[in-house]
Design a protein around this ligand. Structure first.
Ligand SMILES: [Mg+2]
Length: 187
């Protein structure tokens, strides 16, 4: 089976929404995802970096982060045709929470492996993945050629345009549609 690499935060899990809730609690404010039009939360919300880092730390230590709608169902479906590898840039000490979330959502048997790396580009090419599903512009822009990049639609990646190998997907149903066409065309 071929391999698909899937990012975790803000692709499988709604991490940024949880971070916004935490920062909102701290400042007694309501923040909206549309405010995050850059990858830098403290800059977008005009809050101190330390508060962002504390909120991120709490969010990535939370084993109850909610999944993006349909992520579990589509991962189960995809695993019939592909090896699914989670490729996260989380630090290794936060990987146990990724494992917990995968386990709590009954996905462990559908995920081949979980990797942590801040050099995702190298890891994904080493894995020989045929596709990467990712929201972070930094990683999306690193891939210029041979694999399909599914840009998981978020306010901070709106500026990235579709190309011959980059495709914006709004949700997990659109990811399923993409691979249904791939499988149908036996590519
Ligand atoms: Mg991400």
């Amino acid at each position: 089976m071929k391999t698909i690499a899937v990012d975790f935060d803000d692709t499988i899990c709604k991490t940024a929404e949880h971070i916004l809730d935490l920062v909102g609690l701290f400042f007694n404010e309501t923040y909206d995802m549309s405010q995050l039009n850059e990858y830098d939360i403290s800059e977008c919300l005009n809050i101190p970096k330390e508060i962002e880092l504390d909120a991120v730390d709490l969010a990535v230590s939370n084993e109850d982060l909610p999944l993006e709608k349909g992520a579990d169902e589509v991962i189960r479906w995809l695993s019939q045709f592909y090896n699914i590898h989670i490729v996260t840039s989380r630090k290794p000490e936060y990987l146990e929470y990724v494992e917990d979330i995968i386990y709590n959502n009954n996905l462990a048997q559908y995920i081949t492996d979980i990797h942590s790396s801040d050099t995702k580009a190298e890891l994904v090419s080493y894995m020989n993945a045929v596709a990467l599903i990712e929201d972070n512009p930094k990683y999306i822009l690193k891939y210029m050629n041979d694999i399909d990049i599914l840009i998981f639609d978020k306010p901070w990646n709106k500026h990235i345009r579709n190309t011959y190998n980059k495709f914006r997907v709004k949700n997990w149903n659109e990811i399923k549609d993409f691979f249904m066409i791939k499988l149908g065309s036996k590519n």
